[in-house]
Every structure is written in structure tokens, then in C-alpha cells.
Design a binder for this molecule. Structure first.
Ligand code: SF4
Ligand code: MG
Length: 315
């Protein structure tokens, strides 16, 4: 190898040395590995990646990734990730959180982030429970279901994250499975490369509190021929990508098809449900303030900016 050959980054370059205290066998390990594999696949410099998280077991994920990290507030990860991304548009931004964090307390921010189409990837560790607080039902647990940590069946119906994301305006929407890291890494890499707000809802096992949706259940250990309860959308020829983003009929057709698939259960579809290239929030910021494109806010000296035109406009 020549002395000047670029160093190839591997999964080890994205591992931190902090002690991991997730329960043994937790699906979060699979998601962590998938993220590190995706970063290695894209050869992203750890200095150019920032990982934000909400509160919950998944909130610890940035601690275990060698990149910039910020463990934020319950349900507020998308607001912090949005601010960080707009302050430094040269940074790759990942946001992470659980289903309780993102689809429960953070539901309003979830909708707002989709509407804005800020360029980041949001990965939701969806295990149907609030794991960190001992397994209460999360917003994705269906009515009538009862995990071992619940005294009674859930009396409310579960929400559908994919349909919520379609309605909110996310421009890349996918679902993955935590215990299939290679496949999940490919989906995460696509979400990172996508320009705009990307959601990856990752089905995650919680062996401590969720005894319904276990590895054995997802992988169909109890079914004839151990048939998996998951299937890949692309294996059935499904293509969620909008070819012409100006064609309203095509957009409606693709959204409708994605929503219809998202309500299928047993087998559950994983893969990319919907994808469209649309202008991002950053594009609009750059149109209004062109110099931010070359020099992000973090590299500018706010005290040197002439604010008089702004003050004049506000008179
Ligand atoms: Fe994972 Fe569940 Fe343990 Fe949390 S409580 S670390 S989600 S197994
Ligand atoms: Mg959860």
C-alpha cells in the first residue's frame, strides 16, 4: 500500500470504549451494530457525524458510538437535531430514540420534523414498551395485547409509525429489524444518504419486558417450517420511490401503496416504503441566506454580521 493511500474506516472506528449496560440479548445491540456498519459503509469521518438521542434505553446509543453525541431530553431529540443540523450543515446528523420517546411524548415534534424536511436520519428503536421505566405499553402496542410487565391488556390501539410519517411529510420512510444488522445497515445507509427527513422504524426485541414480540416470534420459531413473520418489500417487487416528484398522481399512488403495506401484519413488511426527492428545509435557508451554504452558522462570527437590513425589514 502506498504511504499516501487513504485509510479505510472499519466498524471498529465507530466503537467507543464506554461500558454498555443494556440487558443481555437486547435488540438495541443489533441497531448499534447496524449504525456502525452503515457509517463504515459510507466511510464517514467520525468527526463529521453527530448522533442525538432522546430518553430511554435507546437514549444511551450515542454513548457507544465514536462520533459527536448528545443525550437530549425526553421526546425532544428532533428539536435538538434540527438545531444542530441548521447550525452546521456540513455535519451528518442522526437522531435516535425509542417508540415511547418518539411516537408518544415526542409526537408533535415528529410531525413538525416531517413537515420541515430537514436533512437528517431518525432511527426509532420500536420495542412496543417503555423499557427504561420497566415495560409499560408504548404507543405502538396494539389494543388487547399484554406483555409480562403489564397487569392488564392494553385498552388503547397502537399507532402506525409508517402511516404517521407519510402523513407528516417524511421523504424517506423505512422499517427494519434489529436482529438483521446487515440488512438494517443498508437501510440506515440509504436513510443517511437521502436528502431530507428520513425515518427508519426498527422493530426491536426487548427480552426483559416484551415477551410477545421476541426473536423467536419475529423469526417464526413456532410456525411450520419456521417461516419468518417478516418479509422484504423488494422481494415482492414493491418499489416505493417516486420517479417524478412533480407528478401528484404518482405521489398519491405511492403514498397509498405504502400506507396499505404498513397495515399488513404477519408477515410484516420491512424495507423502504416511500422515497421522494424534494427540496429540503436547508435549501430554503440557503435561498434566503446564500452565504450559509459555503459557511455554516458555526463557522461564522455573528458579531461581524450586518444586522441593520434585518432591523429595517422589521420596522
Ligand atoms: Fe433492552 Fe429492554 Fe433491557 Fe431496555 S429493558 S436494555 S430495551 S432489553
Ligand atoms: Mg420502547
Amino acid at each position: 500500500m502506498s504511504v499516501n493511500a487513504p485509510v479505510k474506516l472499519t466498524i471498529k472506528d465507530y466503537k467507543s470504549e464506554l461500558h454498555n449496560d443494556w440487558c443481555a440479548g437486547c435488540g438495541d445491540f443489533g441497531i448499534l451494530t447496524s449504525i456502525q456498519m452503515a457509517l463504515a459503509q459510507l466511510q464517514l469521518d467520525p468527526d463529521k457525524v453527530a448522533v442525538f438521542s432522546g430518553i430511554g434505553c435507546s437514549g444511551k446509543t450515542p454513548h457507544y458510538i465514536n462520533a459527536y453525541g448528545f443525550h437530549t431530553l425526553h421526546g425532544r431529540v428532533l428539536t435538538v437535531a434540527t438545531g444542530a443540523r441548521l447550525a452546521n450543515t456540513k455535519q451528518t446528523v442522526l437522531a435516535l430514540g425509542g417508540d415511547g420517546d418518539g411516537y408518544g411524548i415526542g409526537a408533535g415534534y415528529f410531525v413538525g420534523a416531517g413537515r420541515r424536511n430537514v436533512d437528517f436520519a431518525y432511527l426509532v428503536h420500536n420495542n412496543n414498551v417503555y423499557g427504561l421505566t420497566k415495560g409499560q405499553a408504548s404507543p405502538t402496542l396494539a389494543k388487547g395485547k399484554k406483555t409480562k410487565s403489564m397487569p392488564e391488556q392494553s385498552i388503547q390501539d397502537g399507532i402506525n409509525p409508517v402511516a404517521m410519517a407519510i402523513a407528516s411529510g417524511y421523504t424517506f420512510i423505512a422499517r427494519a429489524y434489529a436482529l438483521e444488522p446487515k440488512y438494517t445497515a443498508g437501510i440506515i445507509a440509504r436513510a443517511i444518504e437521502h436528502r431530507g427527513a428520513a425515518l427508519v422504524d426498527v422493530l426491536q426485541t426487548c427480552p426483559t419486558y416484551n415477551d410477545l414480540y421476541t426473536k423467536e416470534w419475529y423469526e417464526g420459531a413456532d410456525l411450520p417450517e419456521k417461516r419468518s413473520r417478516l418479509y422484504k418489500l423488494e422481494d415482492q417487487g414493491f418499489d416505493g420511490k417516486v420517479k417524478d416528484p412533480t407528478d401528484k398522481q404518482e405521489i398519491i399512488a405511492k403514498k397509498s401503496a405504502a400506507v396499505a403495506r404498513s397495515y399488513e401484519d404477519e408477515p410484516i413488511p420491512i424495507g423502504v416504503y416511500y422515497e421522494i426527492d424534494l427540496p429540503t428545509y436547508e435549501d430554503e435557508v440557503f435561498r434566503r441566506i446564500p452565504d450559509l451554504k459555503e459557511t455554516p452558522l458555526v463557522e461564522q462570527n455573528a458579531f461581524e454580521r450586518d444586522v441593520n437590513p434585518l432591523l429595517e425589514a422589521m420596522r
